[in-house]
Design a binder for this molecule. Sequence first.
Ligand SMILES: C[S@@+](CC[C@H](N)C(=O)[O-])C[C@H]1O[C@@H](n2cnc3c(N)ncnc32)[C@H](O)[C@@H]1O
Length: 298
Amino acid sequence: MKKYLFCILLGLLCPTVMGIYYVSGIGCINAMGLEMAIGILSSGAALLALKEYGGTGKPIGHWLSALIPLITIPLIPAAMISHSGFEAFLARGMTPFATMEGFAIAQLVLGILMFRGLIFKRGEGRLMMPAIGFVIMSSVLRIRSAFINPARILREIGLQKGQTMLDYGCGIGVFTIPASKIVGDDGVVHALDINPLCIKMIEKEVRKRGIANVKTILSGRETGLPDGSVDVVLVYDVLQMITDRGRLMEELHRALKPGGSLWATAEHLDVNEFLDVITQGNLFTLVEQKGKVFRFRR
Ligand SMILES: C[S@@+](CC[C@H](N)C(=O)[O-])C[C@H]1O[C@@H](n2cnc3c(N)ncnc32)[C@H](O)[C@@H]1O
């Protein structure tokens, strides 16, 4: 809820600051009006997105709240130049220009982060904007790697030599590669992702490092693994992107060995909703929590 409010405030901040700037006599009313209109559009989009968050309605708000700042970004300098001319813009417009662009870019980044599930994928069978999604996601995951230690998390969750692990929604392989070292030559890591660019990247990395125990799976749900063949499933920072979580749970339950562990994070989800999704139908039982990762037993 708060992030939507923040997005709305960012949308309002742009025309407000621009308005104060122009009203104070330095600029002009036309450009202010334009900025106002853009800000109101952005805020309206954020409100639509807020409605979407309840799970009803159409996804148009998601798209708009990420796309409108894309319109705002080129319109800001265009409005300023069209009013005051290029020379004047260069001479005195750079500070407000940089400020306004900063707001618009921040709003865009926020919009993308808020609705990344929609941008990276929609449903289990169809990818939207896979390339853009991949570029943004891989940058975010690289930055995140500086703050989390995937090998330590894998040790904490008790991954062991010789085990078979499924890294569901493996992304760029932040967990896949260290997991392959832990399970060793007698173990296997299945790296599954819906995005072919992730799979390609992991395959390249695995070839480069001469890793033999990583097998990739390109899929939006079905693992294709035999019944009861997996010791550990990791679903890290993925569940928020899944539309039919119930069916995914059935598939993970099928692939896991009896007594096997499903480790999952509740990122961007309400924790109670997260727990309900995983434990519904008594497929899994909550056992413990290590940091932000919850362990469920099959
Ligand atoms: C935020 S990333 C997390 C990647 C990895 N688990 C990590 O923590 O480094 C989420 C990943 O889930 C993938 N994904 C989204 N929907 C999926 C689905 N239905 N099935 C499989 N993977 C999916 C995305 O392509 C993306 O690579």
